[in-house]
Design a protein around this ligand. Structure first.
Ligand code: CP
Length: 321
């Protein structure tokens, strides 16, 4: 594959290959010298039309650890604010010789448009588009679950019970996770207020519940999502206290989860709304680990898209058999 636009495009074999390659990348992260020469001479552009902390930094760290040249482009402070189009921005990047463009955009479908337009010749990686998809987030989430709950390379997530809680309507993380986790064999349950469940969810490969307390005891991982006020009409904001009472994860609710079940959050968090500070800071919460795993996953994605067909880096050191 040349682009990564949607988690729905990944077969189980594709997904397992990315997770296994990320395991190899993670082994390099533990070494004193973390850099690999794999993408030396290649240019990766991080093209961010929307704010980001984790995704932008980890794509940059991933590209630098693979020795690529990195150009960071933020729409704020660029000629986009003067009305320049996505097409003209893309043509400018093409003129700079971009081998890959990592794009975050507020419009669902912008990465697909970039990948299919012919404006650029390199690979396109979706770093989050509108309410559509965020495939590398789902991959790092699956990687975190596999490490914590399965502990076996080459494996999927067969039989794991994953509950995703919160603003599903606006969540590209939820969409990508539903696709990827079901491809990997997990059972996904979405929990949300009825107003924050998307139309057509009955066609998604998951179940839907409106009762968080009813599903906690049957969850191996509970992923809490932020209410995305910036994508909502103010009239529809749930009140913080009422939302936290019905759908927030606190110590009491975490205590109803199975002993080895984990809490996840893609960030950014609204502490006190969907998750209490005590839960966010507890050892059962994998949020910081998710961020670290994001670098390994993004290294794996860039390596597999740009670096060649061989999935296993360490095998290059071994004699052929
Ligand atoms: N999880 C995530 O996409 O975070 P950022 O918006 O900070 O990149």
């Amino acid at each position: 594959k040349r682009h990564l636009i949607s988690a729905a495009d990944l077969t189980r074999d594709d997904a397992v290959l990315i997770l296994d390659t990320a395991e190899e990348m993670a082994r390099f992260a533990d070494r004193p010298i973390k850099k690999l020469p794999t993408l030396r001479g290649r240019t990766i552009v991080n093209l961010f039309f929307e704010d980001s902390t984790r995704t932008r930094i980890s794509f940059e760290a991933a590209a630098k650890r693979l020795s690529a040249d990195v150009i960071n482009f933020s729409a704020k402070g660029s000629s986009v604010s003067k009305g320049e189009s996505l097409k003209d921005t893309a043509l400018t990047l093409e003129a700079m010789g971009a081998d890959a463009v990592v794009i975050r955009h507020g419009e669902s479908g912008a990465p697909h448009r970039l990948a299919t337009s012919g404006w650029i010749g390199g690979s396109v990686v979706n770093a989050g588009d509108g309410t559509h998809e965020h495939p590398t987030q789902a991959l790092l989430d699956a990687f975190t679950m596999r490490r914590r709950l399965v502990g076996r390379e080459g494996a999927g997530l067969d039989g794991l019970r994953v509950t995703v809680v919160g603003d599903i309507l606006h969540s590209r993380v939820a969409r990508s996770n539903v696709h990827l986790l079901s491809t990997l064999g997990a059972h996904v349950t979405l929990v949300a207020p009825p107003t924050l469940v998307p139309i057509g969810v009955e066609c998604w490969p998951c179940e839907v519940s409106y009762d968080l307390d009813a599903v906690l005891a049957k969850s191996d991982a509970v992923m809490m999502l932020r209410v995305q006020r910036e994508r909502m009409n103010a009239a529809f904001f749930p009140t913080e206290r009422e939302y936290a009472r019905r759908y927030g994860l606190d110590d009491d609710r975490m205590g109803r989860m199975p002993d080895n079940a984990i809490v996840m959050h893609p960030g950014p968090m609204n502490r006190g709304m969907e998750i209490t500070a005590q839960v966010a800071d507890s050892p059962r919460c994998a949020a910081v680990e998710q961020v670290a795993n994001g670098v390994s996953i993004r290294m794996a994605v860039m390596y597999l898209l740009l670096g060649g067909a061989e999935p296993a880096l360490s095998r290059t050191d071994e004699a052929p058999t």
